[in-house]
Design a protein. Structure first.
Length: 504
């Protein structure tokens, strides 16, 4: 067992006492109960016990009868609408299988454990305040991680944490939450279809700094997640999926990572990019800043920031996230993420001046555009000195002068529609990935939030910012959080704005 991880079985005897006498006596005599994960009881089958690395079918105990099943269910008590039940103040979960008549004919008894030390490998990310989404298949330990995240953030980081516990898996059954979540508060959900409304209620009524949710899976929950993130509250959640591609291709959950839309490019833009005219692009900012893919119990693939990796995926670039792995001796090895191709290209273009040889282009117009954009573009008079050749569509052709020049000099050719100012400016922006007016507005919004936060700290009173769209308000919420201040959005669109409060 890994020395840095402490497994704690929570009153396993309480669960075994629910089982038939012959099964509980048999299990109590086993030496490796600490690795027991599930007990499966099905009508007409022998009991099955599942350990972390093996499965046993106990033929010596005989087939389970309807009386055996009824005896267990009577001791358990009530099952809720999603056919789950629990034992008060423990983390064990019992799930039922029913026949067409509604009678229980099978039980899956899952052993719950509060495992301390599992978050150490990613604690720096969890404590950074970023919105984190854990991705992994069922049974790999997502809920166990959430439980430990709740304990770390509430007890160690001293943050106000609310756990939205839809099926009582995170904090156990009963009204008093299990101590495994530390000082976090738990909100129970009447039925699974009301999870999204409880998520919003948690933020509106209880002023949390962190909201923890298990299993986001519906469109309403996706929208509620975005609402929480826009209000400046850290969101930590899980979703089912084996890899990041599952999330991208899921139409319900893709909004968590920005959503996607089909865009039609102009002829020149498509030619410049080297793509088809119709491309898929990210629709907006992701709800979550980081996606952590759980590949094994001690292996994590970290996509941080997720927006960059999504853009790379859409450009068909390979995804190479940061890999963190805990070895048997407790040592953590980290394989850093490789720099994306697009980022490297941007860095090279920022650091180097590109020399252009204009052919059939008005040089004065080109100079004006270069100066207005302050682009690192130098106009040269000889093609031998040029990095690229710039010309118009009318000057190209199989027998044109441009075709002859490129055969001789092998200089890359960039073609624009015309030598009008708009086309020249568009070319320069694309070449150097220059910021648009939207990016400048984003910078202005962040600067406004920083100035306002300093004012709130100095004057100890709330201050309202100028009205902004939702994605800009979310960035301003993050700035307020970095300053240790509370914030909320007030008003109705288009006058919805941020209000920043001093910390009480």
């Amino acid at each position: 067992m890994n020395p840095s991880i402490i497994g704690r079985v929570d009153d396993l005897k309480l669960l075994l006492d629910l089982m038939p006498k012959r099964l509980s006596s048999y299990l109590m005599g086993l030496p490796n109960l600490t690795s027991l994960e599930e007990i499966v009881l099905d009508l007409g089958y022998c009991p099955e016990v599942r350990f972390s690395h093996t499965v046993y079918r106990l033929k010596e105990l005989g087939e389970f009868t309807i009386e055996d099943i009824k005896g267990v269910t009577e001791r358990i008590g009530h099952f809720n609408t999603d056919n789950r039940a629990g034992i008060e103040r423990t983390l064990h979960r019992i799930s039922a299988i029913r026949n067409r008549s509604g009678n229980i004919i099978g039980l899956t008894c899952r052993i719950g454990r509060a495992v301390e030390g599992t978050v150490d490998i990613i604690q720096d990310i969890v404590e950074s305040g970023q919105n984190c989404l854990f991705l992994g298949p069922p049974g790999i330990g997502k809920t166990t991680l959430l439980r430990e995240v709740a304990r770390i953030l509430s007890s160690v980081s001293q943050k106000r944490v609310i756990v939205v516990d839809t099926s009582n898996e995170i904090a156990g059954d009963g009204d008093i939450p299990h101590p495994g979540i530390g000082f976090a508060r738990r909100m129970q959900v009447p039925s699974p279809d009301k999870q999204h409304s409880i998520m919003i209620e948690a933020v509106e009524n209880h002023m949390p700094e962190v909201v923890i949710v298990d299993e986001i899976g519906t469109e309403e929950e996706t929208k509620a997640s975005r609402t929480i993130a826009e209000r400046g509250v850290q969101l930590v959640a899980t979703a089912h999926g084996y890899c990041i591609e599952n999330l991208i291709k899921n139409p319900t959950l893709s909004d968590l990572i920005g959503g996607f839309q089909s865009v039609i490019l102009g002829d020149e833009e498509a030619k410049f990019r080297g793509t088809n005219k119709t491309v898929i692009e990210r629709k907006g900012l992701p709800t979550f800043d980081v996606v952590i893919e759980i590949r094994a119990r001690n292996v994590f693939a970290i996509y941080n920031p997720i927006a960059n990796f999504i853009d790379c995926f859409l450009q068909k670039d390979p995804l190479d996230p940061e890999i963190r792995q805990r070895q048997q001796d407790g040592e953590v090895t980290i394989k850093p993420a490789k720099e994306t191709k697009s980022k490297k290209d941007d860095d090279n273009k920022d650091d180097e001046t590109i020399k252009v040889f204009p052919f059939g282009i008005n040089i004065n117009r080109l100079k004006v555009s270069v100066e207005s954009l302050q682009a690192p573009l130098k106009i040269v008079n000889e093609i031998n000195d040029a990095d690229i050749l710039l010309t118009t569509k009318s000057k190209t052709g199989p027998k044109s002068k441009v075709a002859q020049l490129t055969k001789t000099h092998k200089t890359p050719v960039h073609v624009i529609s015309s030598q009008e100012n708009n086309d020249i400016t568009k070319f320069i922006r694309s070449l150097f990935k220059l910021r648009t007016s939207d990016e400048l507005v984003e910078e202005e919004s962040l600067k406004e939030a920083q100035i306002t936060c300093k004012k709130v700290l100095n004057e100890s009173r709330f201050v309202e910012l100028a009205p902004r769209p939702g994605y800009l308000r979310r960035l301003q919420h993050e700035v307020a959080h970095e300053f240790g201040l509370n914030s909320m959005s007030v008003g109705e669109d288009p006058n919805r704005r941020l209000r920043i409060y001093p910390r009480v």
